[in-house]
Unconditional design. Structure first.
Lengths: 96, 1007
């Protein structure tokens, strides 16, 4: 069970207080009506499944109910960083 | 038979306390401090079970968690039956009842042994895959046979009478294992002021020091243990957990400990006590001092009762005062095991020979053996054991220097016990639970913990450190490092460790599998995994058939699949695999270690979360009324909703018919409190609604209500409900009962991640309101008697809401309808709910006010063709598919959620499955929900399916059944016939029709 720091509450809490909502930084296209089916399909369905660093969206569901981002290593399950919505990660995978 | 193997003195048992226990229906005696295993050995019980495939007699091999054979069924009553009890770990208590889990008529004289020897040859490695695959229909028969033969024990058939619970902890240091390393670490940590938890699976702290004859400060080691434990006990920051197995090491230093609280006292926990407790520990730092398990050697017939691991023999002698035989042959690859021969000799029994696989062994213990005049046969090995129910003798032969062949003639020795030692395997299980791979060390001939991301320190046997002096030092060092990392400074200061004896040891030999005069495939069976009957020859077969990766060898042979998880045999199996495939052991690697370390009771996992505490139940404010009026309940999410209200003697259908008719004829009442309610405020609330609903919200005036559909970005319906405008910037959204939490999170995620610029706030108010819906032609008359709200049909119109008083309390009344009748939904503060509900019944008696539940609600709405999101939709249905294009506004300026999805090429096909009404040819027949439609029921199987029935009921009001369902291109097939073939061969014929069966113009709700 992960130990997650909520950047809004300022505390480490057990994973069971949170929900994972999948990959972070998937912006809704600003003009959906002008997306091709392929573009819309990619927005809707295509997600990364990296071995290593992954940026994820989480909600402190039984706490403050705020969403935030988590950078997690999918191999070791280490949490490298948490940051608020609208912020960019400082820990990123190096291009290989 | 009375404890013929018990020594007159010595050990940590209390000879003044005699305990009587029953094994396989016979009474035996043991002492306080015994395990079942030590007591059985004291009584000279050789056989504790029959083996899995070959039905061979098996005896006790080890003295701890690694025991593969003595896995018993325990329990004096049916309710307290426990399978998988390791006799080596279960403390003896007076009145204990246990038995072997297999063997018929008994483990001692087993009939299956005869067949087993034949059957076993018909069960080669991979037999699951080769033999039991075909024919598929026989699998259930095979499984029963395998389970019975496998000795897996059985669960109780009655309810578990015991209580279990769990406790959460946070600590600075979690120390696993209380041997010399763990105690040294605990001593350092406790003195530093850190909060420490020390857990050990045994009944006493001390680990190997409880079995040893080594001294500390010149005194028996157990004296030092007692002093340390005393000090730890007096420290309020230290939690001591004996009889507690750390079974799982999870991510971010989270550990699960299974504490056995009363199994050493009685079958059933004393009143008021919990039997087991799960400790859930989040530790700042972890010290693993889990020690090591001795490896037996693999040789011919090494499973005959009397064959044991060397150190286990010492443990039984030194700790329990039991010598498990009379004449010992010891086979060893290392110095340490000589101690077993010394202990045996000192206990006054005969050491026949020490067979050392090394050519020229040198060391202090060898000298000690020589000085006692023991017979050491160097450069040789036991290649085979004679005997079936007990060892009668051994064959020994000289080994070549590399240990892979014999170099001389075979000699026979007579004995009744064979102790073997192939060296030690560090107990690395916990260190591997979070994904760390162990590393092989040639110098200690074992795997040690590898790199990890956990805040973890290892000390002692787990590191391959075995000399007592070094173990103590390493423990203290690990404790100090962990304290420092946890912020407790230099904790090692002022700690003086006890003085340990220095024992000089020669180099051990890396040997796992003893060669035989015959090739492995023809030699007597050489067992690697006792519990699953995996032999060295079996591993050879597996590799020969191409299963060379260790995980494949494991699955093909079932090595390590038993309840012991291969603690004893796996490293030998890996070494044999390596030899056969010509690789090194580190190249072959280990299989993956997973929690739990030892089997645990389901009760311990469930804790208090069972029965009424399994899941919270949610009740409306009127729940007690429903109970006292005979409602049957339906689970909707966590809610208990009234299902229907049967009267005396009524069948379910009769009750539903009555409720449905009463509502349409006069007035019915539904407790609708469970509907999700979300209060939405803010200057951009209206804009927000327009983005999450498919229809328009810009012009909804204060005092008005509107039905809305919510879609995902894929254009598929996922929830629906009525939202009302309470004030210009204030709305009340209702959701389905089961969807409330998901809808709230849906609104929040869009607000917080996509449109944070919108000023809008969401609050769940589901539980704040009691909601009661009165429905039917007399609902206005009834409500008028209780409210000051003007109910005039032209001022308080359909889809309006009004604030006022009902039965003397403030209320919001919504004129909305899910039945198609004149209908009012009364919302009052939840704690007034029962009062208003009862007032309605007081005044409603003259109108035959009839309570109805979810089932009648379903029938009434189906008569009107109203959908239920989640029943008539399944995540693949657009509003257009539902025939609800009236609820979709593509004129809105913002591209609302679902708009683009609905416009995908696949969503605008005209031949999609669409929701239609279905009228059966025979009006009495109700099509089962889920039934699949076909055009031609006589077509060959597999038939072309057109869609399924989503809702189906008998309508008493209409006098015929009504059904809703999906039909491919259904909207264009009105009036056509489809067929529903049933499992019994019959076919139900139905006509596709408009889903609105009753009052298609909607006049009844507008009166």
């Amino acid at each position: 069970m992960l130990l997650i720091y909520c950047p809004h509450c300022g505390e480490h809490r057990d994973e069971e207080e949170f929900h994972s909502k999948g990959q972070a930084h998937i912006a809704r296209p600003l003009d959906p009506d002008n997306c091709t089916d392929k573009e819309w399909g990619e927005y809707l369905f295509f997600r990364k499944n990296p071995r290593g660093l992954h940026h994820e969206l989480w909600i402190h569901a039984t706490g403050c109910r705020k969403f935030f981002n988590v950078t997690r290593d999918t191999v070791s399950y280490e949490i490298k960083e948490v940051y608020k919505i609208g912020e960019r990660p400082s820990v990123v995978a190096t291009a290989s | 038979m009375s404890q013929k193997n018990r020594l007159a003195s010595g050990g940590r048992i209390d000879r003044s306390k005699v305990l009587t226990f029953s094994y396989n229906g016979r009474q035996y005696k043991g002492h306080l401090g015994d395990t079942i295993a030590s007591a059985l050995l004291a009584n000279g019980v050789d056989i504790v079970g029959r083996s899995f495939k070959y039905s061979r007699p098996r005896g006790i091999v080890a003295a701890g968690a690694e025991e593969p054979n003595a896995v018993l069924q325990m329990g004096a009553t049916e309710a307290t039956q426990v399978p998988n009890v390791r006799a080596t770990q279960q403390s003896l208590f007076d009145g204990l009842v246990c038995g072997a889990t297999n063997g018929w008529p008994s483990a001692e004289s087993d009939m299956m042994g005869i067949f087993g020897k034949i059957g076993g040859n018909m069960m080669p490695p991979g037999f699951y895959y080769k033999t039991f695959m075909y024919p598929k229909s026989m699998w259930e028969t095979y499984e029963k046979f395998i389970r019975k033969a496998a000795g897996l024990g059985r669960a109780a058939k009655e309810l578990d009478p015991d209580l279990y619970d769990s406790v959460n902890h946070h600590c600075d240091l979690m120390i696993v294992g209380s041997g010399p390393a763990g105690l040294a670490a605990a001593l350092v940590a406790a003195r530093s002021g850190a909060r420490v938890i020390l857990a050990d699976e045994q009944s006493e702290f001390g680990g190997s020091l409880l079995d040893t004859r080594e001294t500390l400060n010149g005194r028996p080691a157990a004296e030092w243990v007692a002093t340390v434990v005393e000090e730890l006990k007096s420290n309020p920051e230290v939690l001591l957990l004996p009889r507690s197995t750390v079974n799982g090491y999870h991510d971010h230093n989270f550990l699960t400990i299974h504490e056995n609280r009363t199994d050493h006292i009685a079958d059933k926990a004393p009143a008021g006590q919990t039997r087991h407790r799960m400790h859930r520990v989040r530790a700042e730092q972890v010290v693993l001092a889990t020690g090591a398990h001795e490896r037996p050697l693999v040789f011919g017939n090494n499973d005959v009762p009397g064959c044991m691991v060397a150190s286990a023999v010492s443990t039984y002698i030194n700790r329990y005062g039991v010598v498990p035989g009379n004449e010992l042959v010891l086979m060893t690859t290392n110095d340490h095991a000589y101690q077993t021969a010394l202990d045996w000799h000192d206990a006054g029994r005969k050491v026949v020979a020490i067979v050392d696989t090394r050519q020229n062994p040198k060391g202090d213990r060898i000298e000690a053996a020589k000085s006692r005049g023991l017979n050491i046969i160097a450069g040789s090995a036991v290649i085979e054991v004679q005997g079936s129910k007990r060892v009668r003798g051994v064959s020994i032969a000289p080994l070549n220097a590399s240990g892979d062949g014999l170099s001389g003639s075979v000699e026979r020795l007579s004995c009744d016990t064979v102790a073997s030692s192939g060296g030690w395997s560090p107990v690395i299980h916990l260190s591997c639970h979070t994904g760390s791979r162990p590393e092989w060390r040639d110098d200690i001939i074992g795997f040690v913990p590898g790199k990890t991301v956990q805040k973890q320190h290892c000390a002692g046997g787990i590191n391959g450190t075995y000399s007592l002096k070094a173990v103590l030092e390493e423990g203290a060092r690990a404790g100090a490092k962990a304290c420092e990392a946890a912020g407790f400074g230099d904790a090692a200061k002022g700690i003086s460790l006890p003085l340990a004896e220095e024992v000089r040891e020669g180099k051990a030999m890396a040997l796992f599998h003893i060669p035989h005069t015959k090739p492995t495939s023809r030699a007597p069976k050489q067992f690697v995994d006792y519990q699953n009957d995996v032999t060295a020859a079996g591993i050879e077969v597996a590799t020969r058939e191409g299963f060379e990766a260790i995980e494949h060898v494991k699955r093909y042979t079932a090595m390590g699949f038993g309840t012991d998880q291969g603690k004893l045999g796996n490293i030998n199996g890996m070494a044999i695999t390596a030899k056969v495939v010509g690789k090194t052991i580190p190249e072959v690697g280990t299989t993956v270690f997973r929690p739990n370390y030892t089997p645990i009771a389901f009760g311990a996992i469930a804790g208090r979360n069972c029965k009424e505490l399994f899941e919270p139940e949610r009740y409306s404010a009127m729940h007690k009324w429903h109970v006292s009026n005979g409602a049957l309940f339906e689970d909707v999410g966590q809610w208990k909703r009234p299902w229907y209200f049967p009267q005396a003697g009524e069948s379910m259908q009769q009750a539903l018919d009555r409720e449905c008719k009463a509502t349409r004829d006069s007035v019915g009442i539904l407790d609708a409190s469970t509907l999700g309610k979300i209060d939405i405020q803010g200057k951009d609330a209206r804009e927000f609604l327009g983005r999450v609903y498919t229809n328009a919200w810009a012009k909804l005036a204060v005092g008005k209500c509107r039905y809305g559909l919510m879609c995902g970005e894929d254009g598929m319906v996922f929830d629906d409900g009525v939202t009302s405008c309470l004030a210009e910037n204030h709305f009340l959204m209702t959701t389905t009962s089961g969807g409330a939490a998901a809808v709230l999170e849906w609104l929040e995620i869009y607000h917080q991640t996509e449109w944070p610029e919108l000023e809008v706030y969401f609050s769940s108010v589901t539980d704040h309101w009691a909601t009661m819906t009165i429905s039917g032609p007399n609902s206005r008359k009834l409500l008028a008697e209780l409210t000051d709200i003007d109910l005039d049909r032209d001022t308080f119109k359909f889809m309006d809401w009004r604030q006022g008083n009902v039965a003397g309390v403030p209320a919001r009344v919504f004129r909305i309808s899910f039945t198609g009748e004149l209908s009012y939904e009364i919302n009052v503060q939840a704690n007034y709910g029962m009062h208003v509900w009862e007032k309605l019944f007081e005044h409603g008696a003259k109108y035959n006010l009839t309570p109805y539940g979810t089932e009648t609600m379903h029938v009434l709405r189906a008569e009107k063709g109203f959908i239920i999101a989640g029943q008539d939709t399944d995540g693949s249905v657009t509003p257009i598919d539902l025939g609800m294009s009236w609820c979709v506004s593509n004129a809105k300026p913002f591209s609302y959620i679902g708009k683009r999805g609905m416009a995908r090429a696949d969503c605008i096909r005209t031949d999609r499955k669409q929701l239609v009404g279905l009228k059966t040819r025979d009006p009495k027949v109700v099509i089962p929900e889920g039934a699949q439609a076909v055009d031609n029921p006589k077509q060959p199987i597999p038939m072309t399916l057109l869609g399924h029935v989503t809702s189906s009921y008998y309508s008493a009001n209409l006098g015929h059944s009504v059904a809703l369902g999906m039909i491919r291109n259904g909207h264009n097939r009105m009036g056509e016939t489809v067929y529903y073939p049933q499992a019994d061969g019959s076919v139900i014929e139905a006509e596709i029709c408009n889903p609105v069966f009753l009052d298609p113009k909607g006049e009844r709700q507008n009166v």
